[in-house]
Structures are given as C-alpha cells and as structure tokens.
Design a binder for this molecule. Structure first.
Ligand code: A3P
Length: 309
C-alpha cells in the first residue's frame, strides 16, 4: 500500500466530516450493531473469503490490535519495516466496518487485496459469514476477562465518536451486563467461539495469558499458522509487540484515525494495556453485583478466565 493510499484513507475520514456522528445501533439477529453495518448486512453476510485468509475475532477491546500486529510480524518473519507499510486497519481490514462515504468499508479494502488476508471481526460466531467455515479458514479468537474488557470498552466509547455515548460508568456496567453495547453481549460472544473451537479449529487465546507470557503465546500463534520462525525473531516480535512499542508505533497506535473519529486526547487507543485495571474502576458493591450476574450468565460453560477476583 503506497503512502498516497494511506494518506487518502486518512483524508477520506477527514472528508466525511459532519457525517461522522455517534451512530445509533440497529439489531441484526438480536445483536446491536452500528447502523451502517446493519444497513449493509447482506453484503457482509455474503462475503466469501479465500481458504488462505485468516480471521482474527474478538469482542471489542480484548486485544485485537495486539494480535493483528503479532500475526503480521510472524507472516513477515519479524520484519519491522515491512509491518510499517500501512496502519493496522489497512494491513488487516475490519470485515464488517462501514462508515459514511468516502471512507472505504472493510469490504472495499478487502476487495483490493489479494489473499492470503488477515481479517479482523468483532462479530459473534453466529454472525460470521458462513464462507469462513465452509472454506475452512483458520481463525484466532482472543478473549479478555469481562471486567477489564468492560473498562477498556468504556474508555473507548468515550473517545470513539462513532460509538453510542457511554454515559456514567455505573449505567455502563448495566448496559454491558444486558448486552446493549455495540456487538452485543460479551457473555454470548466469548461462549459462541468457545463451543465451536474444536469443530472449527479455532485458536482460542486469552489476553491475560498474552500478558503473562507473550513469548509462549506468540509461539502458539506461530505453530497454529504452520510457520517456522527463529528464536531470535520470536524475541524481536515479542519486543515489537510490547505495549510500549505499539503505543509508540504510528502504524499500530491508531493515530491514523483523525480526532473527529478517535479523539485520543480523551483517552489514548493504547490506554493502559494491563490486567486488573477494573479494580481502579469498580466499587466493591459494583464488583459484587457484577460477579453475581456473571456467575448466572456463565453457568453453562467453564471458560478459564482469570483476574476476576
Ligand atoms: P486498555 O484500554 O485496557 O489499555 P483492541 O485492540 O481489541 O481494541 O483492544 C485494545 C486494548 O488492548 C486496550 O486496552 C489496549 O491498550 C490493549 N493493547 C493494545 N496493544 C497492546 C499490547 N501490545 N499489550 C498489551 N495490551 C495492548
């Protein structure tokens, strides 16, 4: 992707100007999605990937960008310069994203790329276009513990001017528990991929494991992708995908999205990158109420989430 094309993506967002707003949500099969996504649903559902394409699926704020960067570096044998060829959403398009023209949609960007492509989605399993499974595409799912995921999403909704207004934190906790945020309930999302992971050969990762031992998780991704990368390169990838490195990397820190959309003066995209930040936000009463509801909503599965205490 040339510098000019990168620039035109940024320019396209700037040109969209006043049509950028906090978009209302419209339900697709019970899942609330930004109206532009819902209005283009038929073409998203009909998208047919190539068998060589890789899907990176997450609930928003679970570590998508981090995983996209690890995968891109693995595919380029740790070549940092190659992975600075374009910002994340150009290198690894966001399948369902649709915004007002002239901003290219995820599908527009994908059409211009040759497979194998690395495709990001926040869709729950049941809304992923069936072509991915018919074509036996590989898929990586990243899950993050609910309370940290919620806190991260709250800050994101403050700074992302296309998402519904988050409102006060207390009410936001309720919206999260009721599944009213964009892309629907966290609970159903993490479960939907968990129950399909064996049948669909999905690599199911946890943000907390990536934080605990990034090298181990980078190796897991490498093996899943049938790649062979030297120890030295793995170390380099771990370093290049540390929170600090990515925060400073203009091709990974979303500085490509201008402030009328991502207002990073409100909250940076690379905000904290920690496990357990929920403890700085939930009162003991809120945590108790959340945990009781969590036990009920998650009682039918045993997904080994950590950092809930
Ligand atoms: P916080 O808001 O808790 O800081 P996504 O890419 O799915 O939108 O997720 C964004 C979250 O992942 C943010 O969490 C962000 O800081 C964190 N993140 C991004 N890159 C990271 C990295 N290299 N290491 C740890 N966390 C990272």
């Amino acid at each position: 992707m040339s510098e000019e094309e990168n620039l035109s993506y940024k320019e396209a967002i700037e040109k969209a100007g006043s049509s950028i707003t906090r978009f209302p949500l419209i339900h697709i099969r019970g899942v609330p999605l930004m109206c532009h996504i819902a209005n283009n649903w038929d073409s998203i559902w009909a998208f047919c990937p190539d068998p060589s394409d890789l899907l990176i699926a997450t609930y928003p704020k679970a570590g998508t960008t981090w995983t996209q960067e690890i995968v891109d570096l693995l595919l380029h044998n740790g070549d940092a310069e190659a992975c600075k060829r374009a910002p994340t959403p150009i290198r690894s398009p966001f399948l369902e994203i649709c915004s007002p023209p002239p901003i290219p949609s995820g599908l527009d960007l994908l059409k211009k790329m040759d497979p194998p492509r690395v495709i990001k989605t926040h869709l729950p399993f049941q809304l992923v276009p069936p072509g991915f499974w018919e074509n036996k595409c590989k898929a990586i799912y990243v899950a993050r513990n609910a309370k940290d995921n919620l806190v991260s999403y709250y800050y994101f909704d403050l700074m992302n001017k296309t998402q519904p207004e988050p409102g006060p934190f207390d009410g936001y906790i309720n919206k999260f528990m009721r599944g009213e945020l964009s892309w629907g309930p966290w609970y159903d999302h993490v479960k939907s991929y968990w129950v399909e992971k064996e049948k669909r050969n999905i690599l199911y990762l946890f943000y907390e494991d990536m934080k605990e031992n990034p090298r181990r998780e980078v190796l897991r991704i490498m093996k899943y992708l049938d790649l062979s990368v030297s120890d030295e390169v793995i170390n380099q990838i771990v370093e290049l995908t540390s929170f600090k490195s990515m925060k400073e990397n203009p091709m990974a820190n979303y500085s490509c999205i201008p402030s009328p959309v991502f207002d990073q003066s409100v909250s940076p995209f690379m905000r904290k990158g920690e496990v357990g930040d929920w403890k700085n936000h939930f009162t003991p009463e809120q945590a108790k109420m959340f945990d009781e509801d969590y036990a009920e909503q998650m009682k039918d599965v045993n997904i080994p989430f950590r950092s809930l205490i």
